[in-house]
Design a protein around this ligand. Sequence first.
Ligand SMILES: Cc1ncc(COP(=O)(O)O)c(C=O)c1O
Length: 451
Amino acid sequence: MSRPPSKAAQETVDRVRLALGHPTAPQAKPSAHATAGERREFDFTTLPEYEILKIWKAVGDLTRIGNPFYRLHDGRAGNTTSIDGRTIANFSSYDYLGLNGHPDVSAAAKTAIDRFGTSVSASRLSAGERQVHRDLESALARLSGTEDAIAFVSGHATNVSVIGELLGPEDLIVADAVIHNSIVEGAKLSGAKRILCPHNDLDAFERALRLNRARYRRALIVVEGLYGMDGDVPDLAGLIKLKRRYNAWLMVDEAHATGALGRTGRGIAEEQGIDPAEVEIWMGTLSKTLAAAGGYIAGSRALIELIRYTSPGFVYSVGLSPPVAAAAAAAVDVMMREPGRAAALRRNGRALLERARARGLDTGLSIGASVVPVIVGNSPQTVMLSERLLERGFNVVPAVFPGVAENQARLRFFITSQHTPEQIDAVIDAVAEELPRILGGSSFVSTIAGR
Ligand SMILES: Cc1ncc(COP(=O)(O)O)c(C=O)c1O
């Protein structure tokens, strides 16, 4: 079913219409859900959602702001990248430890292609496993400090499928308000009662559990090890106390924490001195620090066995492509062998955070590890800032509504072990110069932004 746009989206559209000199809503077009007897029009451009896309495009054309999303990169994107043939500094890569293209990682992928080809063609349940799958899962269990691990073809699908299957309508899920979309989608799929608590507010988590736990069969608390939007971390020891008191499972998504937290980059447990066995469900992605694609769950032998036989995203989906599995396993090896990479990332993260603060930029809650936001306030101005930075030789992709609240639009800096002090200083100086110009700039953009 096509839904009407949300209230916030509709308000943005109305502001844009006003700014474009179209104060009245456009004539309704034939609905894509025409009733019997009406002309049936299978035209997606008539959907309200499509209308919003068109309006955003019109705004972009009119203000000459390019589309900051889906930028085409000419080659490997690390701390530098090439866009339109120009080499620029890149702050939008999750290759936190610079392992994408590392000779050992690439060689492992090539060897796996030579031996197994590029596909295993079907679910491992029916088409069987390859040694690279088993090697990867042992490496992930070692990395996580758990009994076992299991790898899926997508990080997003891992969360959707595992949460969607382990919990049901008689269960309770308590999650942080800024949790990643994949967890929200998994929770919806499960049909469980869902409570989103204000960000990192353990009192709110406690209240949600105290008031609701008794009425539900299972309870799951879900947090991120390092929040991808804000760059801060949860209090894991506090959450462990809560999950014990209320007999809940604790799940930690380490997507942005692996490689970035802990002395050797093993994540939040290492950072905060927690025994990994205290957390029932560890989740991670292969796409970021591990230079591949896919997701994984790490935990007890029983949990992994359960997932292996019941999780639809594993049982009914193809096994990881051999070069992808081999690349991720090799990336774990390099990371564990070379802890200096994680240390370099932390140095760079701290340097960027300190420089941004010194220049008066709003970095929100970031601790200065792999993610540092610079909060601008509204989406159009954030997009403009990203575009100005691109002109000046920096790729920094914005996070805008509906990914974040409309007044919380931001540039997100993803920091890698490979960034140089010069790149860090230069990009922050460029932001500090451009931001006041944009905030004090075009009344057109201000009208759109509702300022
Ligand atoms: C916290 C978090 N979890 C899960 C995912 C999904 O991972 P993937 O992109 O590897 O599918 C992401 C992706 O950015 C993420 O940020």
